[in-house]
Design a binder for this molecule. Sequence first.
Ligand code: ARG
Length: 456
Amino acid sequence: MKPLRSRFEKDTAKVVQNYTESISFDKRLYRQDITGSIAHAKMLASRSIIDWDDLEKIVAGLTSIKEEIERDEFTFDPSLEDIHMNIETRLFEKIGEVAGKLHTARSRNDQVATDIRLYAMDAMYETIALLRKFQNIILDLAEANKETIVPGYTHLQRAQPILLAHHLLAYFEMAQRDLGRFEDCIKRTDSMPLGSGALAGVPYPIDRRGVARELGFCEPSANSIDAVSDRDFIIEYHAAASIAMMHFSRLAEEIILWSSAEFGFVEIDDAFATSSSIMPQKKNPDVAELARGKTGRVYGNLISILVTMKGLPLAYNRDLQEDKEGFFDTVETLNSTIEVFAGMLESLTFNTEKMQQAASENYTLATDVADYLAKKRVPFREAHGIVGQLVLLAISKGKALHELPLTDYQNLSPLFKEDVFSITLESSVTARNVPGGTSPKQVERALKKARRKVNE
Ligand code: ARG
């Protein structure tokens, strides 16, 4: 059968076949395509558009094709262009001319749009489940490090002490918003194109609502032209995926830094690190580096589909076939990144002593000393200046702030009393007892709240 050559007198040139085929990548849509076809065929029978015994043959044929594909016994043929024509052609081979009835009241345009929406929803549900798993690991790590103090950084310079749990919970919040973006995108992806035909709808008494229900969509699409020609749900997916990858890339960067000898805060488990072909001592954070690198490709996929779409007149144009490769690539990249990060974090060792040591160096309590004066009604800007002088003095003496005698403090301000020495890493974090702050009490509350969210 050459189903697509109806008015042609010649075969497609080989170069054109190679140029236009999509089977090499859209074969991933086989499950959605077959599920969609079965739902469509059932509806055609229920509306007396095809006979019930035709339906039986079509369903049996499609089911056995699905099994062939899953057993890896199906030969995908590039001369048949795409997944839709490959499956339909095989159906002809299996059940004969009856196969030709399946495409009644349908076009590949509404078919492919349905397939890709189903695929996207499945992918996003998987992403959401993976993000939940990642969040649970973050929560366990935070729970185990409620007392560990680490230096917090700004400009990658030691800034103020914070709880490691607080730092980790920042990633929980990022994942929570990422999750929300996918949930939101699912709402707009959840719209069924079948019944839109090529672009104008179809002249049969079809039941779009029934097909939508059967396929798990909440409703049929509202406009046939829009349904076959828009891919904004894919763009939205790419945008959400890009943001999520950006978050993982930042975490990757911290793991890379923290596992370096210069920081020495964490050690990556052997199972999640790689070695060097020349330097026997090396343990490299390749997983994190690749996540950082792959983020660039995911951004590229977003830009690519945005550019593909921007000049397309309504309705379907073949350019739309270009929606797939980048999309599949991003789905695979994002989901595998979350999965591998979950494993890497779960097995990460924290060198809490080193972290605590680092937190106590480089005058990280200077802000607390300024706050000490500000609480005695010294304008904060003035207190900042006084403590700046104190830090300068300490640097010149090669000492930490708490190693300076009280007289050095009092030379700068008579308001300094012996109790200034009760400023410690612990008192510093405990003092930041505002909602969203790093105090143990607030972190405990944040942890509880986060646990409730993941269990929702
Ligand atoms: N392979 C095509 C795609 O992915 C399927 C739709 C083809 N429709 C058409 N009118 N040529 O977009």
